[in-house]
Design a binder for this molecule. Structure first.
Ligand code: BGC
Length: 958
């Protein structure tokens, strides 16, 4: 039962805060002395109401799945429909989330399980490289293969929905705790890799859940109870305040690709968006996601991210996770309350039908009916036999069958990890031969965690080599090959010299004496981060800074003082500040290895010793601390209702977009990465394609459909006598035939005009939106408008991979250039390959706030080359290609590379408004006392403790 305790710790930590008591008590004291916090005095961002919630239409390639889902849902009773939508409560079943079963039809309880890099809380599974490593490969086929492998493992353990991949956070802030779970702060790169990941997962018959929707860009203040545990006096979650243009061009972009790729599910996030909660926000859910992106699957809440019953239902939430309002309360916003809300007419039948149809459509869309395997593991224990419902002392049953689902997936892990290594510097030190006389391996990051690879719950510590971050986005390692193991073994097998590892970072004199004798010193440093419910060394999810952990800088300086051949390997969750040593001439090579997963050591050996020629490129900018355009809001600036306000004032200018616009030279730019060979670029050819004219979508939907009928006889909803009630378990049934008594809600009977927004229950046909009409948006957006080609030549002497990159300059008001194409090419020495990228209409369009549509830029500039700052080829869409080849493009250092127009094309920054819709009138604070959606707040005298969409909060169901 050890795991049970560890997992329960998640809940406790979420409430209490930290894993490092002393430091946190000090901080708490400090924070208490500076109370009250400064009031936020900027304009309060506002999220406009958008109702009704769009009903799924079966558009795109979803029609067959919809047909089957509708047929299935037509047979269901109201209670059964409700069961599909509501989790049974934290630890109620074996997965991190389960909804109710439909025993009458033999339909199992759907199982939702973390994580984006494998299966959390299970044995005999693979610990894959993190999303950020996939991004560093720039390889769509590796992303797909990893997706297939993860999907197969989830399927074979009996998981219906894999809680991943991640494109929120996008990576706005380099210190953001969960950036590594996703891909890259570039939305195009993220979108291009999340799509094949989803398709891979779903090809195995498992539903992907793309998360966290949306602008969930930091851990601090994501949930008020968690923040209070850290000593912050806030009462509501942070509000990410973002304008409409930035929303579309950055944060919504990869979600559009995910929807277009068919993601079956999307998880709404903890944070607020323009002062309306992620799972209550009718603008982001009803309008952006379900209308504009025409999402046909279902929206699931993040765990405890639901904040109201009726409100969230009407705002577009389809599944409540884990079902209880707070872990282990037995209370639910839905369950019984959703049944009551339909029976008393507050929520129209069509909305519940739509929830159920969306869930079942995703199920059929990925072929789960064919792929179904009963759940054969238990998140809450490793014991074979244990309570069936871990939350309570229920009957004991077989919960863990210890099924080994790994196949040969280690090969995929090693391939992705090796392909993701980014060679940042090489003065000829690499590749190593393996026959060096004396190899020193230095740093805690090279060795094992003395507690065991899984010794810290949810990887919540930085002991030994870092191969994944911490939090729910993790899996248990089946083993972890450390760099120390793999390098030692490799040297022994190559018949080489002596090899010694010093892995205690405090052993300074031993480090120096070992490095002194070394032919080569391999120094391993790292920087970790993770989810906000765990704090490691005072890093409350987000990193406190960009410095290497555990004295990394100092160790490198000590080693370089005595060893003139020091190779640095970085395992990190994102950029670190390498300025203290990257230029040191005794640092002869630097490799960024990210978070490689279980095959870490083998993958780094592949690259250090040349079995694999490094071809990864940075999926983010590496610069000095303080040079980035964004930072964590680490002290609350409480706005209305005690919600910290985080204004995205930088608009579109994050990561390289900001460095380019502000003409700041980073150390290693976005897209940068060296190889053991060199490449040149030539022959840019831009061929415009005569695409059909762009047609804004028009017309309207059908009226809201319903499936089956609702039996209005309340007697039929009373808790059935033949079911044994499990304590704390969430059910759809009533306690009595009296709806009001069953609801046990003092606001019961409040006139619906006081809490149902205008249009909230409208069932009439609704207009389609111009930019919408198909999953991912208007089909015209994805038509090819130009084909760009260039020749890439391997000018060196070994075979190597080059990621050719295409950027476009979209003119005033936009960043100087944005990535819009890439291809990873393997090229033999002396040979050439053709880089081909198809530009879609959306790729060369900008979001127009006034018309609420994409507008194609007349003649965008086109750049092709080896990184965001090494772009030797330039042309334009109309005038085709020009530019010359660079002799050694990928080998050129960033400082020497041309910024390709970055300095001269400053963004006008015209779109930086603090509202989601430019020109939208700010809701006057006097009349809108409610922190969401501009709806009137139900009077507090009625004890509506709920902030969201003005809806009444449901209370206990049992
Ligand atoms: C995380 C999600 C995760 C869920 C279930 C939440 O705290 O934000 O990413 O899927 O827990 O574990």
């Amino acid at each position: 039962m050890w795991l049970n305790n560890l997992v329960a710790a998640q809940a406790v930590l979420a409430l209490l805060g930290s894993a490092s008591p002393t430091g946190d008590f000090e901080k708490l004291a400090k924070r208490q002395t500076i109370l009250p916090f400064t009031e936020y005095d900027g304009p309060l961002a506002y999220s406009p109401p958008k109702y009704p919630s769009p009903w799924g239409r079966g558009s795109g390639n979803w029609s067959a799945a919809y047909q089957r889902a509708r047929a299935f849902v037509s047979q269901l009773t109201l209670a059964e429909k409700v069961n599909l939508t509501t989790g049974v409560g934290w630890e109620g079943e074996q997965c991190v989330g389960n909804v109710g079963a439909i025993p009458r039809l033999g339909f199992h309880s759907l199982c939702m399980q973390d994580s984006p890099l494998g299966i959390r809380f299970a044995d005999y599974v693979t610990a894959f490289p993190s999303g950020i490593n996939v991004a560093a490969t720039w390889d769509r086929s590796l992303a797909y293969a990893r997706g297939v492998a993860m999907g197969e493992e989830h399927r074979d353990k009996g998981v219906d929905v894999q809680l991943g991949p991640v494109c929120g956070p996008l990576g706005r802030i380099p210190e953001g705790g969960r950036n590594w779970e996703g891909f890259s702060p570039d939305p195009y790169l993220t979108g291009q890799l999340i799509a094949p990941t989803i398709q891979g997962i779903q090809s195995a018959g498992v539903i992907a859940c793309t998360k966290h929707y949306i602008v969930n860009e930091q851990e601090h203040f994501r949930q008020a109870p968690e923040a209070r545990g850290y000593g912050f006096n806030i009462t509501e979650s942070l509000s990410s305040n973002v304008d409409d243009k930035t929303m579309h061009e950055l944060y919504l972009w990869p979600f559009a690709d995910a929807v277009r790729a068919g993601t079956g599910s999307i998880m709404c996030s903890y944070n607020q968006i323009n002062n309306s909660y992620g799972c209550s926000n009718s603008y982001t859910l009803n309008y952006l996601l379900k209308q504009e992106l025409d999402f046909q699957g279902f929206v699931m809440s993040d765990w405890q991210a639901q904040h109201s019953g009726v409100g969230d239902a009407l705002a577009g939430l389809d599944m409540s996770m884990p079902g209880d309002t707070l872990f282990l309360t037995g209370d639910s916003f839905w369950g019984t309350n959703l049944t009551i809300a339909v029976l008393n007419g507050t929520i129209p039948q069509y909305r519940v039908d739509d929830m159920a149809v969306r869930i079942m459509a995703a199920y059929y869309y990925v072929g789960r009916d064919q792929a179904y395997v009963p759940t054969n593991f238990d998140s809450w224990t490793r014991d074979t036999y244990a309570p069936i419902h871990a939350a309570v002392e229920s009957e004991i049953g077989l919960v863990n069958q210890h099924v080994d689902v790994r196949r040969n997936h280690a090969a995929n892990v090693r391939a992705v990890a090796a392909a993701s290594n980014v060679l940042l510097k090489n003065n000829g030190a690499l590749p190593l031969s393996g026959r060096e006389k004396w190899t020193a391996i230095i740093g805690a990051d090279a060795g094992s965690n003395a507690y065991g690879a899984n010794g810290c719950a949810d990887r919540g510590c930085d002991n030994g080599t870092l191969a994944m971050g911490w939090g729910s986005g993790t899996a248990d390692f089946p083993y972890l090959v450390t760099p120390e193991m793999a390098i030692t073994w490799h040297i022994l097998n190559t018949g080489g010299g002596e090899v010694f590892a010093v892995t205690d970072y405090g052993a300074e004199s031993q480090i120096v004496s070992t490095a002194e004798q070394a032919t080569v010193s391999l120094v391993f440093i790292n920087a970790d981060s993770g989810e906000g419910y765990i704090s490691v060394d005072g890093n409350e999810g987000d990193r406190k800074n960009l410095t290497a952990w555990k004295n990394g800088d100092r160790i490198i300086n000590n080693v370089t003082a005595v060893c003139n051949n020091t190779v640095v390997v970085i395992h990190s969750v994102g950029p670190i500040d390498v300025s203290p040593w990257y230029n040191n001439e005794n640092v002869t090579a630097i490799v960024w290895a990210g978070l490689p997963g279980q095959e870490s050591g083998n993958a780094i050996v592949d690259v250090l010793y040349g079995a694999v020629n490094p071809g990864g490129k940075l999926p983010f900018t590496m610069a000095r601390a303080g040079q980035y355009s964004t930072s964590i809001l680490s002290e609350p600036n409480n706005g209305q209702f005690g919600a910290p306000q985080q204004d995205f004032t930088e608009g579109l200018l994050i990561d390289y977009r900001a460095f380019d616009a502000n003409n700041i030279d980073p150390i290693y730019e976005f897209g940068f990465g060296l190889s053991y060979t060199s490449f040149s670029y030539s022959n840019l050819v831009v061929t415009p394609v005569n695409a059909a004219a762009y047609t804004p979508t028009s017309g309207q939907t059908e009226p809201a459909p319903t499936f089956g009928s609702v039996d209005t006889n309340v007697n039929n909803y009373v808790f059935p006598s033949n079911i044994e009630r499990v304590p704390l378990y969430i059910y759809p049934y009533l306690n009595s035939t009296d709806l009001e008594a069953s609801a046990a809600e003092e606001d019961y009977g409040l006139p619906s005009s006081q809490y149902i927004p205008p249009g909230g229950t409208d069932a009439n046909p609704q207009p389609l939106v111009a930019a919408g009409g198909a999953p991912g948006g208007n089909v015209g957006l994805y038509e090819t408008v130009a084909v760009v080609q260039a020749t890439v030549t391997n000018t060196g002497s070994v075979v190597g991979d080059e990621v050719a990159q295409l950027y476009v300059g979209l003119g005033d008001g936009e960043p100087p250039k944005v990535l819009r194409g890439f291809e990873r090419l393997t090229i033999a020495p002396g040979a050439s390959a053709t880089f081909t990228a198809e530009l879609t209409r959306k790729d060369v369009s900008v979001w127009d706030v006034a018309s609420q549509n994409w507008i194609q830029v007349e003649d965008p500039i086109i750049y092709v080359g080896a990184s965001s700052r090494n772009l030797p080829l330039q042309g334009s869409l109309r005038n085709g290609g020009s530019g010359s080849s660079s002799p050694s493009a990928s080998a050129a250092m960033s400082s020497a590379a041309s910024p390709s127009g970055s300095a001269s094309r400053q963004s006008s920054g015209a779109s930086r408004v603090s509202q989601i819709s430019d020109g939208q009138v700010q809701a006057p604070t006097a009349t809108v006392s409610q922190i969401s959606d501009g709806q009137l707040q139900a009077p507090t005298t009625r004890a509506v403790s709920q902030i969201s969409d003005g809806q009444i909060q449901a209370t206990r169901t049992s």
